[in-house]
Design a binder for this molecule. Sequence first.
Ligand SMILES: NC(=O)c1ccc[n+]([C@@H]2O[C@H](COP(=O)([O-])OP(=O)(O)OC[C@H]3O[C@@H](n4cnc5c(N)ncnc54)[C@H](OP(=O)(O)O)[C@@H]3O)[C@@H](O)[C@H]2O)c1
Length: 165
Amino acid sequence: MKTILVTGGSGVLGRALLPALEGRADVRVLSRHADSRPTFRQGDLQTGTGLADALRGVDTVIHAASQPSRPQADLEMTGVLLAAAREAGVRHVVYVSIVGCDRVQAFPYYRAKTHSEALVAAGGVPFTVVRATQFHEFVAFMLSRLTRVPLLPLPGLPLQPVDVH
Ligand SMILES: NC(=O)c1ccc[n+]([C@@H]2O[C@H](COP(=O)([O-])OP(=O)(O)OC[C@H]3O[C@@H](n4cnc5c(N)ncnc54)[C@H](OP(=O)(O)O)[C@@H]3O)[C@@H](O)[C@H]2O)c1
């Protein structure tokens, strides 16, 4: 059975992904926070702390950790992960990206995702980039923020959200 490390396993996508992987791989989860569950490994993709331990014996990394509000940090996290994955002999990195990120360069986060895709492609580890559209949870979050004002402005943004499952 292959060993898969999921970064961002505590996030919206990661939480849906873990049950789907159960029984099909030996799954580990990377989180910055201490967690007593045996599958969890504490580590930080910005500093690299804990990464070598978390990656030992790992075949595949699914990189779903992200920091949308800090695009530069988001990009750096991918770089740190790739260097550690190369060092650990990881055989495949799956990078979760966003549909059309290269076409919406007005958003710093989308620019960071596009740069991250390029980093992954040049990272020296066989890779797959999976681009998803917005998750329903994200759209609900954005709409819930708009409800703070008495009049609800609905932006004319074309969206085609997906269920993370
Ligand atoms: N949300 C959307 O609508 C959407 C659409 C398309 C694609 N995507 C992509 O899908 C991926 C997952 O998105 P999501 O919405 O599921 O993310 P999320 O819920 O915001 O979760 C982010 C995760 O990143 C981890 N993380 C953040 N900084 C970290 C660090 N320094 N070291 C280690 N882990 C760190 C967090 O783990 P801890 O707090 O446990 O450390 C958390 O689990 C992202 O790459 C995103 O760009 C999202």
